[in-house]
Design a binder for this molecule. Structure first.
Ligand SMILES: CC(C)(COP(=O)(O)OP(=O)(O)OC[C@H]1O[C@@H](n2cnc3c(N)ncnc32)[C@H](O)[C@@H]1OP(=O)(O)O)[C@@H](O)C(=O)NCCC(=O)NCCS
Length: 182
């Protein structure tokens, strides 16, 4: 049986991650998909959380990727609160639809829960993300420049890692600059 391995990306994985995302998000009109540029630009910023950049290996080859990075939630009143943005999520075309995408996203969310993170937002297909518990972000009081897109703007509250956790933040989700390119 070929082994599946889920782990955070390391310094040697940068090229493989680029290849996976370039394949997953390939479009005839661009040579480098914006999702590849987004990851390159986020890496090394304050938003980057090394434990939450997750790869899935199949037979020793990196075939999938899921990234969680820091965003801020700005309420109407009071200070900002931290949250996470999920994405990009991509699986190499030759390994899609066999469970790797589900596995790598779940691994990233589990790692975030372990770290005591609370809220995750994502922009993507509800048909894929609802299996993890994502639902409309507006129902949780979270807005963004993508709120107007409706269903694809989703959020998830992770299971509490500690007792007495504060209620999840509500407000406008602020994304760091590299996100403006996607
Ligand atoms: C979306 C993606 C990450 C899913 O990974 P995967 O390994 O192919 O998916 P899995 O095998 O774990 O799960 C497959 C399930 O996801 C669904 N799914 C896969 N891609 C989907 C998509 N783009 N939109 C909606 N549902 C999708 C399948 O219908 C399947 O559902 P089922 O379990 O009910 O049969 C992968 O197909 C991919 O890289 N696609 C291109 C890049 C992309 O669109 N990424 C962003 C996703 S919003």
């Amino acid at each position: 049986m070929t082994t599946l391995r889920l782990r955070p990306e390391g310094p040697a994985d940068t090229g493989s991650v680029r290849r996976v995302l370039a394949g997953a998000f390939a479009r005839p009109d661009v040579s480098t998909p914006p999702e590849v540029v987004l990851v390159d630009e986020l890496r090394g910023t304050e938003a980057w959380l090394p434990e939450l950049a997750m790869v899935v290996e199949h037979g020793g080859e990196v075939v999938g990727y899921a990234l969680l990075t820091r965003v801020r939630v700005r309420p109407d009143r009071g200070g900002d609160a931290p949250a996470l943005a999920l994405g990009p999520v991509g699986v190499a075309p030759h390994r899609q639809r066999v469970g790797h995408g589900t596995a790598v996203v779940q691994a990233a969310l589990d790692a975030a829960t372990e770290l005591g993170e609370q809220t995750v937002v994502v922009l993507g297909a509800p048909a894929f993300y609802r299996r993890f518990g994502f639902g409309p972000a507006v129902d949780l009081g979270l807005t963004s420049p993508w709120s107007g897109l409706g269903e694809p703007w989703q959020a998830l509250v992770l299971p509490p890692s500690t007792s007495g956790e504060a209620p999840p933040p509500r407000g406008e989700v602020l994304f760091p600059a590299p996100w403006s390119k996607v």
